[in-house]
Design a binder for this molecule. Structure first.
Ligand SMILES: C[S@@+](CC[C@H](N)C(=O)[O-])C[C@H]1O[C@@H](n2cnc3c(N)ncnc32)[C@H](O)[C@@H]1O
Length: 263
């Protein structure tokens, strides 16, 4: 047996032993963080509530549900109502168990967002991280996401500003040539593997503007590894195409929140 073959065997065996242990450790850590309300989504919820955002009155949509343990459980009990979309029906029983009281819809979110008549106060977008079929990250939800926003809505997007080579071992599908090409196009960036947070914020604000919304404030919250939440508040501009007259008549003053950046 040559040395290279022996090394490869040792590496494969140690990986096989190591992965379940690492996964168990990560699950224990996540459970502890959740119990202490220190997960990134718990931080987002706390910050929004401190800013006076009335989450308890909000109709919320989670567009990519899986089993809800990723972050839905961290905010579900603080919102008025919750609808969860998920393409894979195998997750339904776990979703029903983990997020009791939520309306669950098994559907393709990229299609559903184009047709649903319902609008929401908070949209949470935790799409797969790279290219899946013809879709890439959350890019194909735009501009349709705006049609399911209300006069004022909060949008939470999972974004990937950059990734180290170490990160890419954990997320091997991230930053494939096809993924980078879609990022280059969506963000209009010549460095799609590294996009500064202000540049991302400007991109989403421009998209909002093109669709009749103002992005009043935003903030970012780091998640584990390569993921970051982009949280922003959208207000429909008076007279924009989807602004129904009755909504215009009843619109109050803009939400008064502070402590965040304006784009
Ligand atoms: C990152 S996970 C979501 C984790 C979840 N937010 C949580 O808190 O546990 C992404 C999920 O999106 C689902 N998904 C992928 N493509 C989809 C599509 N086109 N429509 C709806 N769900 C989709 C996957 O099945 C997967 O469960």
């Amino acid at each position: 047996m040559n040395l290279a073959y022996r090394l490869a065997t040792v590496t494969a065996v140690s990986r096989a032993l190591e992965w379940p242990a690492i996964r168990r450790l990560r699950m224990t850590r996540r459970a502890a963080l959740r119990a202490l309300r220190l997960t990134p989504m718990a931080r987002v919820v706390r910050r929004l509530r401190r800013m006076g955002v009335p989450l308890h009155e909000f109709d919320v949509l989670e567009l990519f549900g899986r089993d809800g343990t990723g972050h839905v459980q961290d905010y579900a009990k603080f919102v008025g109502s919750l609808e969860v979309w998920e393409i894979d029906r195998e997750w339904r029983p776990k979703l029903e168990c983990n997020i009791p009281g939520a309306r669950i819809k098994i559907t393709d979110s990229f299609q559903e967002v184009r047709t649903t008549p319902t609008t929401y106060d908070l949209l949470v977008v935790d799409a797969p991280l790279a290219v899946t079929g013809t879709y890439c990250e959350h890019f194909d939800l735009f501009p349709h996401l705006f049609r399911i926003c209300r006069e004022r809505s909060v949008l939470i997007l999972n974004v990937i500003p950059s990734a180290t080579s170490g990160d890419l071992k954990w997320w091997p599908n991230v930053f494939s040539p096809a993924h980078l090409a879609r990022r280059r196009e969506f963000y209009g960036s010549i460095t799609p593997e590294q996009i500064a947070l202000p540049e991302m914020a400007r991109r989403y604000a421009r998209l909002a503007d093109e669709n009749g919304f103002d992005c009043d404030w935003h903030f970012f919250q780091q998640r584990p590894g390569i993921m970051v939440y982009f949280v922003c508040h959208l207000t429909r501009r008076p007279g924009s195409p989807d602004d129904p007259p009755e909504d215009r008549a009843t619109r109050g003053s803009a939400a008064d929140v502070s402590g965040s950046e304006r784009v």
